[in-house]
Design a protein around this ligand. Structure first.
Ligand code: GLY
Length: 256
């Protein structure tokens, strides 16, 4: 069960963040409204929100998930793979320390983005990507294993269309994964129940299980119908402006 989450709204210069998408600049007012509805949804799921102020020095700072990996027995501040995002960790480290987390850290030269880390109960999938390198992944795996987790690596560097592992993979609970077709046959997932998403709904692969609900991006009706059939209680959220900036539902909060 999650009890809390750190969130941070997009700043006025959100459009200056990193993106590989060609969907045009985000409408910041709409992004703020979408962020507010996202926060409402987390509260509806029972979470207490720690709301950090927007940070115009770091236009990607609303994507707080990339700055830490938080599991009940292991809290690790990351070292984001994009140089210009490294400063985002300072406010998160301070906030987590205030909340009483005993923090470990990924150290130079390794890099890890939290978006590449998919907790699936006691097992953790670690994506190797353009942001998370082999050295960072090995550091994180050691820390997680010392805390009693099992880990496996999934190299997504040749998987088209996804920035982070969790752009294409979500844990739904109870041994079940939601994932894009390009990842569905990866050996790391062979023992898991897999809900495969068709390519025209690939963005819907980034979903977030929060206690009894599953947050999903709005606008992907076949994925939503399949997840409802499987018994998930969905909260659908419009993510259009965050998608333009290569972000998804999971990136917008650090849950613990
Ligand atoms: N805009 C999210 C990222 O590229 O890290």
């Amino acid at each position: 069960m999650f009890r809390s989450a750190i969130v941070r709204p997009p700043s006025a210069n959100f459009a200056e963040g990193l993106t590989r998408e060609s969907l045009g600049p985000p409408d910041v007012a709409l992004a703020l409204a979408q962020h507010a509805r996202y926060c409402d949804a987390l509260e509806r799921c029972g979470l207490n929100l720690i709301r950090l102020p927007a940070d115009a020095r770091h236009p990607d700072a609303c994507f707080v998930e990339d700055t830490a990996v938080l599991l009940p027995r292991c809290s690790v501040i990351t070292r984001p793979g994009a140089d210009r995002r490294r400063g985002e960790i300072d406010a998160i480290r301070e906030s987590l320390a205030q909340q009483g987390h005993a923090l470990q850290a990924i150290v130079e030269p390794g890099t890890v983005d939290g978006g590449d880390i998919c907790e699936a109960g006691e097992h953790v999938f670690i994506g190797i990507s353009a942001r998370t390198d082999a050295g960072g992944a090995a550091q994180l795996a050691r820390r997680l294993q010392a805390a009693g987790h099992t880990t496996s690596e999934v190299d997504i560097r040749d998987t088209p269309g996804i920035l982070h592992l969790k752009s294409g993979l979500s844990w739904l609970g109870d041994g079940r994964l939601l994932l894009i077709a390009a990842l569905a046959d990866h050996p790391a997932f062979a023992a898991w129940e897999r809900v495969r998403i068709e390519s025209d709904e690939a963005y819907a692969a980034n979903a977030v299980r929060v206690n009894d609900h599953l947050l999903v991006a709005a606008g992907y009706p076949r994925t939503a119908a399949r997840l409802r059939e499987l018994g998930h209680a969905l909260i659908e959220l419009d993510m259009s402006e965050f998608r333009k900036m290569d972000g998804g539902l999971s990136c917008l909060s650090l849950r613990y």
